[in-house]
Ligand binder design. Structure first.
Ligand code: HEC
Length: 156
């Protein structure tokens, strides 16, 4: 009885493995990329790439466990959802109001430890940010709002 159940479960898990996720990154236009627009210092570029770009750009790196179902589906869902909320590869296409708002939220989410998603840092220790790095990144996001949209000086 138990043996039969275990076998059925194993078989079901094996069948799931046929449903691999699509790991092709869409072709991105470099001119629209947030980092090409803002040209950040190296420390910021490194944090963005290691802590945000896997879910918020077309430059996603897929770790080995994304070959295993159903883990891969769960990861893919974060990537699709992350890109739909904020896609740094499409940043140049955002309207001014949307772009500015996204940067405001990016600063806030980073400071409040909501981003990168805590579940992401389990498997990506290099994306665990110190308080200092969070502050540094959040301040830099705010700075970009002033540079790109003259937030504090526009008086709007
Ligand atoms: C593991 C994937 C993942 C990583 C890594 C990640 N995010 Fe997210 N992010 C998401 C998902 C999913 C959402 C949408 C759900 C939510 O708001 O929690 C989101 C939402 C956001 C939003 C809200 C956008 C809006 O308009 O509501 C901002 C801003 C954001 N992320 C910024 C960042 C920043 C900055 C980093 C890096 C420090 C980062 N994220 C890293 C997955 C990720």
């Amino acid at each position: 009885m138990v043996q039969k159940f275990a076998f059925t479960l194993l078989l079901a898990i094996a069948v799931l493995q046929f449903f691999q996720i699509d790991k092709t990154n869409p072709v991105a236009n470099p001119a629209l990329d947030f980092m090409n627009i803002t040209n950040p210092p190296d420390e910021i570029a490194t944090i963005l790439k290691t802590a945000c770009y896997d879910c918020h750009s077309y430059n996603t790196r897929y770790p080995w466990y994304t070959n295993i179902q159903p883990v891969a589906w769960w990861v893919k869902d974060h990537i699709d959802h992350g890109r739909s909320e904020l896609n740094f590869s499409e940043f140049g296409n955002y309207t001014e109001g949307r772009a500015d708002h996204k940067l405001e939220e990016a600063a806030e989410y980073t400071l409040n430890e909501e981003m990168p998603l805590p579940s992401y840092t389990w498997g990506h220790s290099d994306a665990r940010l110190t308080d200092q790095e969070r502050k540094f990144l959040a301040d830099w996001f705010e700075e970009q709002r002033v540079i790109l949209f003259s937030e504090s000086t526009s008086g709007k």
